[in-house]
Write a protein that binds this ligand. Sequence first.
Ligand SMILES: C[S@@+](CC[C@H](N)C(=O)[O-])C[C@H]1O[C@@H](n2cnc3c(N)ncnc32)[C@H](O)[C@@H]1O
Length: 283
Amino acid sequence: MVMSARQFYSGSEASTDYTRESEFFAKLKMRNGTFKLTRPSRFRELETAFRPVLTERSERLREALDVGVSTGVTTVELLRYLETCGAAPRITATDLFIDAHIVEVATGIRVLADPEGWPLQYDVAGLAIRPWIRRLDYVSLAFIPRHLASTILQPRLRALIRSGRSEPVQMITRSLSDADSIAFVEDDIMRRSADFAGRFDLVRAANILNRSYFSNDQIRTAVANIHSYLSGPGSLLIVTRTNEKGENGGTLFEVGADGSFSVVKRVGGGSEVEDLILGYRPS
Ligand SMILES: C[S@@+](CC[C@H](N)C(=O)[O-])C[C@H]1O[C@@H](n2cnc3c(N)ncnc32)[C@H](O)[C@@H]1O
């Protein structure tokens, strides 16, 4: 049985079982229709291939940015990996959806919702119920109560959240320890963030800059934003995509003296958006 948000955030033993953690997050459907999906240990071959370069530059890797991290399981792994390369970076981990709230709407009924009041999970006396509608619900007519519940509840949830009558939580992995220097921040890679300008010695964009998800123009916008977040010549960018077989097509890029990107190393044929990154020219 999937854990309720209350159980997950209670810090009980079940909440540190990472299989159950993945099950909990995988059932949360965000308001843009995506689920909180990620998988541990998905970048082994990249880690092996990029290790010599990252080890050689470990002293320069003071600030890293991981873009589109989902629950951050692979960000925690990135930190551990960079530490084994001899670096001690602070990592900023971003995603469109990180913050959420547990709201008690009636005795024994709680809702996990995003800051806009979008319901992510109902908890009725400890039983976790999904708010989202699947195809079968149209056959069984179960879509009617689900649709009504979210339509009626969303404004109420938003008002309760805005007035501070909720418990704020973050949709991030429990594998993070207090000692880890990872800050989770909600951010849209398509919008330039002034806070990130020139800050990062390494940026990773894993399983986000995909042609099946974004248009070439959107990917170019994201690349220009990432470029503005990098700390200048010698800073590094990793872009990768994992296929259904669990294999990666990834490239490690470096910013040159003229500000353009060049390839340092490729794995599995390289990133599918390599041409867009190599075609980037600083204005
Ligand atoms: C498939 S997950 C990848 C998670 C992790 N990087 C990995 O490789 O396992 C893609 C993530 O990108 C996030 N995302 C999608 N569009 C985004 C955007 N415009 N800005 C930031 N994050 C975004 C999604 O919310 C999702 O959590």
